[in-house]
Design a protein around this ligand. Structure first.
Ligand code: AMP
Length: 183
């Protein structure tokens, strides 16, 4: 049973790797960023609330994200496993996820920390062309990562759930390392 969380800064390759692995294992790839972008495109109430945060590179409030994650993880296709990409992003989201998984009767989770040096991140993000990939917003997203998300590294390391992977390699190499590590 594969239940994985992808940690790592913006631009580390979480989305690409999560998608590839989910495809190989035939389990859902759950990206809160993709879900928010979908909601913003549709101008749904959630999308309208999220827009100003995403545009500025800030995190969307925990409660909105937690409701969205709970709804998604409660769907039946998650019983065979899942890969979470971009959630949790704060310690309180991680605590919420713990409680949710307990409620859903799901346990073992491995957490992948994709490590990539800052200068490579900035270079990658600058080349993606997403609306929240302007210079100013990129800097803010990296700062928000450092302040609010990086503490999750120790949170999961202390619980011996953390696996670190060198994300500064060719895509296929990273995938290969991941495939060897995960169960
Ligand atoms: P991503 O595609 O994961 O880089 O997410 C894009 C943007 O969506 C982030 O910069 C945040 O504004 C928002 N977002 C995605 N996931 C979360 C989350 N778990 N908590 C708060 N905001 C999120």
């Amino acid at each position: 049973m594969t239940r994985l969380i992808f940690l790592g800064p913006p631009g580390a390759g979480k989305g690409t790797q999560a998608q590839t692995l989910a495809h190989h294992k035939n389990i859902p790839h759950i990206s809160t960023g993709d879900m928010l972008r979908g909601a913003m495109r549709e101008r749904s109430p959630l999308g309208i609330k999220a827009q100003s945060y995403v545009d500025k590179g800030e995190l969307v409030p925990d409660q909105l994200i937690q409701d969205m994650a709970e709804e998604r993880l409660s769907q039946s296709d998650t019983s065979s496993g899942w890969i979470l990409d971009g959630f949790p992003r704060t310690v309180s989201q991680a605590q919420f996820l713990d409680e949710l998984l307990q409620k859903l009767g799901q346990k073992t989770v491995q957490v992948i920390n994709l490590e990539v040096p800052d200068e490579v991140l900035i270079e990658r993000l600058s080349g993606r062309g997403r609306p929240d990939d302007t210079q100013e917003v990129i800097c803010r997203r990296l700062e928000v990562y450092r302040l609010q998300t990086a503490p999750l590294i120790n949170f999961y390391r202390d619980r011996q759930q953390l696996l670190s992977v060198n994300g500064n390699q060719a895509l296929a190499e990273v995938t290969n390392d991941l495939e060897k590590m995960i169960t």
